[in-house]
Design a protein around this ligand. Structure first.
Ligand code: CMP
Length: 141
């Protein structure tokens, strides 16, 4: 049953939306057994991106990352599946598309470590924070 399954927050990043890869990525997600529980097209402000990536604020790439994430619309998704967090990360592949496995989303749709097409929560706690950042309880069913 959908409501007992693990959920992860996924983002189709501005590079992939601009490249019109949204449909192809959604098809890959559904084809891999994920159910879309909530979905929205959002244009993040710089502040929204800074809040979302707050855990990375001390990183040297923080300013570039948040500028990129606010450069155009993204699609934010709540995906449900057994073991959704780990399985979505596996489907995405390594952060750097050049290191990502053949057949992974970042290998296919990403262009660089920054323009890497997709995001996924990296653990249960971050998934809870990230889902709550974009969706209200009711929208998640
Ligand atoms: P994401 O999974 O969204 O989480 C943080 C993001 O920072 C990561 O994907 C990358 O797109 C981005 N990023 C940019 N530069 C780097 C870097 N040098 N190392 C790791 N992540 C980076």
């Amino acid at each position: 049953k959908l409501e007992f399954m693990e959920r992860t927050l996924a983002i189709i990043k501005p590079d992939a939306v601009a490249a019109r890869s949204t449909g192809a990525i959604l098809q890959r997600a559904e084809g891999a057994g994920f159910s879309i529980v909530a979905m929205r097209l959002v244009r993040l402000s710089k502040r929204d991106a800074e809040g979302f990536y707050a855990v990375h604020r001390e990183r040297p790439f923080f300013s570039e990352l948040t500028a990129f994430m606010s450069s155009g619309p993204s699609v934010v998704l709540a995906l449900a599946a057994p073991d959704a967090i780990k399985r979505w990360r596996a489907l995405m592949g390594a952060t750097d598309p050049a290191q990502a496995e053949e057949g992974s989303l970042r290998r296919e749709f990403g262009r660089s470590i920054e323009n890497n097409a997709t995001h996924g929560s990296d653990g249960l706690e971050t998934a809870a924070f990230e889902l709550n950042y974009f969706f209200r309880g009711l929208e998640l069913g």
